[in-house]
Design a binder for this molecule. Structure first.
Ligand code: AMP
Ligand code: MG
Length: 349
C-alpha cells in the first residue's frame, strides 16, 4: 500500500528565546500525538536528524528498524530530556557516565551503561547495555519532555547511507516510510555523537565524534581508551563501527595526492567532485580549468569540515559524478571523527 509523503512542519526556535513560538508548540503537539500512537517522527538534533519513536514501545521501535532497513543486531541510541530520565533507564549509573553527563550534557556524547528493566530488547539488540544521550537541541528536548517518554532515535536515513543534516535529506532518504518530519533547520555539529562505553574500566570510545578523547579524559579525571585496532570485529558492540557506513551513492576515495589522482581519473573520462581545503593551492587553480572537475571548497578546521561534510556528500550525489575525491585530512586527534566517517564512506560494498 502506497503511503503519502510525510508532512514537514517548520519548527525553528531561536536559541535566544526561552519559550518556543506558537507554531513550534503546535508542531510539538502534533509530534507527540504521532509518537503516542507508535509512529515515527524525524527530529532535528545538534548532531544529525534522528528518526524517533517511543523507546519504551517495542512495536514503535520495530518501525524504526523497518523504515531504515536497519539490521536488528544494531542497537539504537535512546534520547533523554535530562540526567534524571537517563538514570531511570539504567540498571546502574557508573561514575564515568555521571561525570560525562554533568560536564557535557546536553551535548554530542552518548554514554553506554547497564540497561534497566524498562528498556525493550529491540532497543539494545538484546544486549545488556543501553546507549543514552541528551541532545543539545531545545526542540528535541522539549519534544521528549512533552511526550513524557525517552525517544529511540538513530540517524534518519536508510541504513549505511549518509546521515541527514537537513529535513530535506530526511525526505529524500526515508520519504513515505515515516509519519512526520520536524524541520528545525540545518544541524550545527553535522556528525554523529561520540559514543563512550562507561561499563568498562577505563571507559572506552566506541565511536569517535565531536567530543575528543582528551576532553572526555578531563571530565572523568582518568584515562579513556580508543577502540581496538580492528573495528570491524566490534560490530555487535557498536554498530557505527561497521566497515561500510555513512556512504554516498557516488564512490568516494581519500587521497594524499589529489593532483595526480584527479589528472588520471579525468584523463580516463571520469567526472570528479573534489573536496579540498587547499583552494589557494596552484595545483587547484591549474585543475580548476577542467570541465570534468567540480571543486568543492571545504573549511580547513575539523569542526567546520564536519559541519559541512554530509550536506556536501548529499549535494554531490545529485550531480551525476563518477567519483568523489577527498584530500586526506590531517592525522591528528581533532580530525579523528572526520577521518573515521570518510574511511567508512570510502569502503566499497
Ligand atoms: P546511528 O545509526 O547513527 O544512530 O548510530 C547508533 C550508534 O549507537 C551506533 O554506532 C553505536 O555506536 C551506538 N549504540 C547504540 N546502542 C549501543 C549499545 N547498547 N552499546 C554500544 N553502542 C551502542
Ligand atoms: Mg546512522
Amino acid at each position: 500500500m502506497a503511503r503519502p509523503l510525510p508532512p514537514i512542519r517548520r519548527a525553528v526556535w531561536s536559541a535566544t528565546a526561552a519559550e518556543p513560538p506558537a507554531a513550534v508548540v503546535d508542531a510539538i503537539d502534533t509530534a507527540v500525538e504521532v509518537l503516542r500512537r507508535g509512529g515515527l517522527v524525524a527530529i532535528p538534533t545538534e548532531t544529525v536528524y534522528g528518526l524517533a519513536a517511543d523507546a519504551l514501545d517495542d512495536e514503535a521501535v520495530a518501525g524504526i528498524f523497518r523504515a531504515k532497513g536497519r539490521p536488528s543486531t544494531n542497537p539504537v541510541i535512546v534520547h533523554v530530556a535530562d540526567v534524571a530520565m537517563a538514570r531511570s533507564l539504567a540498571a546502574a549509573w557508573p561514575a564515568a557516565a555521571e561525570a560525562i553527563a554533568a560536564r557535557f550534557w546536553p551535548g554530542p556524547v552518548t554514554v553506554v551503561v547497564p540497561r534497566g528493566p524498562r528498556i525493550p530488547d529491540i532497543v539494545t539488540a538484546g544486549g545488556p547495555t543501553v546507549a543514552l544521550r541528551c541532545p543539545d537541541h531545545p526542540l528535541a528536548r522539549r519534544l521528549i519532555a512533552a511526550a513524557g517518554t525517552p525517544l529511540a532515535a538513530p540517524s534518519a536515513n536508510r541504513s549505511e547511507a549518509v546521515s541527514p543534516t537537513t529535513a530535506h535529506h530526511v525526505l529524500e532518504s526515508l520519504g513515505n516510510r515515516i509519519d512526520l518530519i520536524l524541520d528545525g533547520g540545518p544541524c550545527a555539529t553535522g556528525i554523529e555523537s561520540t559514543v563512550i562505553d562507561c561499563t568498562s574500566s577505563p571507559p572506552r570510545i566506541l565511536r569517535p565524534g565531536p567530543l575528543t578523547r582528551e576532553s572526555l579524559e578531563t571530565a572523568v579525571g582518568g584515562p579513556v581508551e580508543w577502540p581496538a585496532a580492528a573495528p570491524v570485529a566490534e560490530t555487535a558492540r557498536s554498530p557505527g563501527q561497521r566497515a561500510r557506513h555513512y556512504a554516498p551513492t557516488t564512490s568516494l576515495e581519500i587521497t594524499s595526492d589529489a593532483g595526480g589522482r584527479i589528472a588520471t581519473l579525468v584523463e580516463a573520462g571520469n567526472r570528479i567532485g573534489w573536496l579540498t581545503s587547499r583552494t589557494d593551492d596552484p595545483e587547484v587553480r591549474r585543475l580548476a580549468a577542467s570541465r570534468d572537475l567540480l571543486i568543492v571548497p571545504m573549511p580547513a578546521d575539523a569542526a567546520g569540515f564536519a559541519a559541512r561534510l554530509y550536506a556536501t556528500l548529499h549535494a554531490l550525489d545529485q550531480r551525476q559524478l563518477d567519483r568523489i575525491v577527498v584530500d586526506e585530512p590531517p592525522d591528528t586527534e581533532e580530525w579523528r571523527a572526520v577521518r573515521d566517517r570518510l574511511t567508512r564512506a570510502a569502503v566499497t560494498p
